[in-house]
Design a protein around this ligand. Structure first.
Ligand code: FAD
Length: 468
């Protein structure tokens, strides 16, 4: 765009939030510019997040599964790993999706502008391309979708053997011994990948348990199945310093399970959370308020304190998840197009794509306890599921939580293979205000893992005939 071009909507950042907002706005007939500093669309999620991690996790799951085939009478030789080819596969997956986005932008006549954007005033964004070329874009409305980046621990040395999730996804080499700093979803997913490729893992976490947010009964199932990957799970412990030496990164710990001596690692992954990019976009110049941590506060129409500027995705707060960003994006675009849309999700599902997967949505038992909500639960252990047994993966279970009085579904959790794909039914139940009996009376196909949701409801009703 030229300086005097005026866009109806300018979208800053082309992650799941940004591209979804741009496409919806264009579909609603608005003239849209989409500004992205990197050469490909898709943001963190497609380039260095959700998608590449899932491509590698699939490989990891198949590797693990192949090893258990011995029990079925099928023996594979130890795998030979061609890291270059695996990396290439991952790049191809990303390329397909980001290329698809470029095509979708073109088809909608969304003007994609590559460069680093900063607000110049409430109606202009200055964009500087990598080659130093500058231009200014004029807009009527804007949507800030500048996302987040991983938090860096200041005391970790600047060394190629110290990486964040982006560095870990580059798959430069397979370490013999890897430390994961932060036992959340991202750290554990990357650990799963490296472990399947042959790395031994340590994990250090300040909290009392891994995978915070999920109920402990689910995490226990994951732990039992994943113990073999770890030498040390250091809870209530933190890293305090590290030194890069020729033979590795030597890390010192403090806390409940801290080893007395510094430990040596070939690779250290820092996965201690993500911080929003709010302070890097010249928000001041547009009058948009950004809090101390870099978050932008918005209302239910994703409007900032400046009425014609909206913000969506990781930059507006937790949960920092792609599906949340996409839904907020649609609302922001629709509001700008004059529709009366609101972001009004009752629940946003969370999934750890580990092996087994851990998925939860709505109220958890822990939260119910904290909030003093009287809940009942229906649980179906996969040890009673024909399909799970046939798959050789019956360690999981499905749990539904419902209001003790009204029997309305308030949430649910699933641990087991494919749990992330199964949790949507529970999300739908909560969104629609379903009662337990609605799920119990819904005919689920047999034999499927999805059936376990129906069985959990029947278990709650006391009508499950598949339980011992
Ligand atoms: P982002 O995806 O962060 O996109 C922001 C974009 O804005 C970036 O492309 C950035 O380059 C651009 N930008 C920023 N500032 C400027 C500027 N000044 N000028 C120009 N461009 C700018 N979520 C899930 O839901 N499921 C998952 O399985 C999942 N896995 C993940 C795995 C990893 C390893 C990581 C790191 C994250 C994962 N996430 C996952 C989180 C998910 O990636 C984010 O929630 C999602 O990408 C947020 O989308 P967004 O549009 O808000 O921002």
């Amino acid at each position: 765009g030229k300086a005097d071009d005026e866009y109806d909507v300018l979208v800053l950042g082309a992650g799941p939030g940004g591209y979804s907002a741009a496409f919806r706005a264009a579909d609603l007939g608005l003239k849209v510019a989409l500004v992205e500093r990197y050469a490909t669309l898709g943001g963190v999620c497609l380039n260095v997040g959700c998608i590449p991690s899932k491509a590698l996790l699939h490989t990891a799951a198949v590797l693990e599964e192949a090893q258990t085939m011995g029990e079925h009478g099928i023996k594979f030789a130890a795998p030979t790993i061609d890291l270059d080819a695996l990396r290439k596969h991952k790049e191809e997956v990303i390329g397909k999706l980001t290329g698809g986005l470029a095509g979708m932008a073109k088809a909608r006549k969304v003007t994609v502008v590559q460069g680093l954007g900063r607000f110049a005033d409430p109606h202009h964004l200055a964009v500087e391309a990598a080659d130093g070329k500058k231009q200014t874009l004029k807009f009527k409305s804007a949507i800030i979708a500048a996302g987040s980046q991983s938090v860096k621990l200041p005391f970790l040395p600047d060394d190629p053997r110290v990486v964040d999730s982006t560095g870990a996804l580059e798959l430069k080499f397979i370490p013999k011994k890897m430390l994961i700093v932060g036992g959340g979803i991202i750290g554990l997913e990357m650990g799963t990948v490296y472990s399947a490729l042959g790395a031994r893992l340590d994990v250090v976490e300040m909290q009392t348990g891994l995978m915070q947010g999920a109920d402990r009964d689910l995490v226990k199932v994951w732990e039992k199945r994943n113990k073999h990957r770890f030498d040390h799970i250091m809870l209530e412990t933190r890293t305090v310093s590290a030194e890069a030496k020729e033979d590795g990164i030597w890390v010192k710990f403090e806390g409940k399970h801290a080893p007395a001596e510094p430990q040596r690692y070939d690779l250290v992954l820092q996965a201690v959370g993500r911080s929003p990019n709010g302070k890097k976009i010249g928000a001041d110049a547009a009058g948009v308020q950004v809090d101390e941590r870099g978050f932008i506060t918005v209302d239910r129409q994703l409007r900032t304190n400046v009425p014609h500027i909206h913000a969506i995705g990781d930059i507006v707060g937790q949960p920092m998840l792609a599906h949340k960003a996409v839904h907020e994006a649609h609302v922001a675009a629709e509001v700008i197009a004059g529709q009366k849309s609101f972001f009004d999700a009752r629940v946003i599902p969370s999934v750890a794509y580990t092996d087994p997967e851990v998925a939860w949505v709505g109220l958890t038992e822990e939260e119910a306890k904290k909030q003093g909500v009287a809940v009942q639960k229906g649980v179906f252990p996969w040890a009673a599921s024909g399909r799970a047994i046939a798959n050789g993966r019956d360690e999981g279970f499905t749990k539904l939580l419902f209001d003790a009085e009204t029997h309305r579904i308030l949430g649910g959790s699933i641990v087991g293979t494919g749990a992330g794909d199964l949790i949507s039914e529970v999300a739908l139940a909560v969104e629609m205000g379903a009662d337990v009996v609605d799920i119990a009376k819904t005919i689920h196909p047999h034999p499927t893992l999805g059936e376990s949701v129906g069985m959990a409801a029947e278990a709650a009703e006391g009508t499950c005939t598949d339980l011992p």
